[in-house]
Design a protein around this ligand. Sequence first.
Ligand code: FPP
Length: 234
Amino acid sequence: MENPIIPKHIGFIMDGNGRWAKKRGMPRNFGHSQGASVFKKTINWCRELGVECATFYAFSTENWKRPEDEVRGIMNLLRQYIKDIREFADEDICIIILGDISAFDEDIRVELEDIMQTSKDNKGFIVGIALNYGGRAELTRAAKMLCEECLRGKISPNDVTEELVEKYLYTNKMPPLDLVIRPSGEQRLSNFLIWQAAYSEFVFMDTLWPDFTKKDLERAIAEFSGRNRRFGGV
Ligand code: FPP
């Protein structure tokens, strides 16, 4: 497609790692490891294509229910990728962690907080990484913070508007979410950016996340570009 409309912000649900590994007779964590390498490549593809922001669903509030060795495997992958995430931060990329990382091991938490802090004014691109994230937990957190502001007398309930709620979301520095891409054949949001996706386009594909390529991304953008977004209008 010539001159497609490029989404400013894409959300990626990195699904299908387990099935990808199973098809090869390998442990699920092998799939997550391949998935993490695709995560890194996807950031570069987004930058090359002119996207401004990409948010990745890496660990949900529900993922703690997985077997202990799988959770440990994902945490170790994160440990391994912290250096790469820091390198992105050194390339003028702002890194935003969405979710409650207080539950993570201290070494990971300290590194991620530092990366967020040191990259916060970077303007080249925004990478969001959702870790121990759930859309409902995010909205509950925003509601709590708003209640606290009310109790402190900083605001009154009548001041609570959609714009104000957005200020209390992890995404408050990001452009609106234009497109959500979910590979692996599942067609649901799974508690990912539920507020932000209110008017997003969705592209689902059968490819498993470890097989996701730049061509898949280009195809999803072309599909997005051909959609007629009316935002409730006519
Ligand atoms: C979903 O696939 C994937 C996850 C729950 C984990 C995704 C995590 C990574 C790709 C690693 C993240 C690492 C970094 C560095 C950000 P699934 O396991 O549900 O696949 P299945 O549906 O085939 O079982």
